[in-house]
Design a protein around this ligand. Sequence first.
Ligand SMILES: [Fe+2]
Ligand SMILES: [Fe+2]
Length: 263
Amino acid sequence: MSLFIPDLTLTPPRQEPLQVASETFVIRALTPSVGGTWTNLNAMLIRAAEPVIVDTGMVTSREQWFADLFSLVAPDEVRWIFITHNDSDHSGNMVEALQRCPNAKLVTSRGEAFRCAASFGISYERMHMVDPGETFDAGDRTLRAVRPPVYDSPYTRGLFDHSTGVYYASDAFCAPNPEAPVDWVEDIDPSAWATTMAQFHLASLCPWIGLVEPAAFQRELSGLEQLGIAALVSAHAPAMRGRSVRQAFANLARLPEVARAKA
Ligand SMILES: [Fe+2]
Ligand SMILES: [Fe+2]
């Protein structure tokens, strides 16, 4: 197997925060990836009555990440910091965000909460734990923790906003951003998107997917799709909406067979 080393001396193009639904913004960064492509490192802000940060970006983009975030919400207004899982590209600024947002509580899975307490000394009093299907109240809306269909940590929880239909899928539905970056996945050639999306999943997220029975995986996908997702935000892809959401599910459904064909 070849080892690809992205050229981290390249300066990534700037991507401003992207509004994907009412009061819902993707806070973005790009990092160089293989073949001249870029990888999105996305987080999200839901400007609910009690504002919610969803993931916290990376240490390497800290200054711009906080500048983008606080251009949209004041630090003392943030009430919840939802961490999908404790990988460094999702929780890179978690500790600093808790320090800079004094009224915010950390929301994460029970398993991840234990790790946050053990690794970072975050007190349980400042945490709210949610496992799959459980909800928390952000003042004007209910947010539900929904485990994505593929993940690289069993503690991973995605987040569904019933009021906007936005689902934040953490690592799932990842796909490279092309050499000329786009905001929405609909601006990528559909066939190139399907191919590179499968490659990204198999190389970086769920190499185990070939062990999964396709019919069982389809049932898992169908359960998620039935939520009625209007816009889908992956931490590592351009945003998806409308027809692209349906196509994203179809692309993902093929993963077990693609993995088996490559084995
Ligand atoms: Fe991850
Ligand atoms: Fe990730």
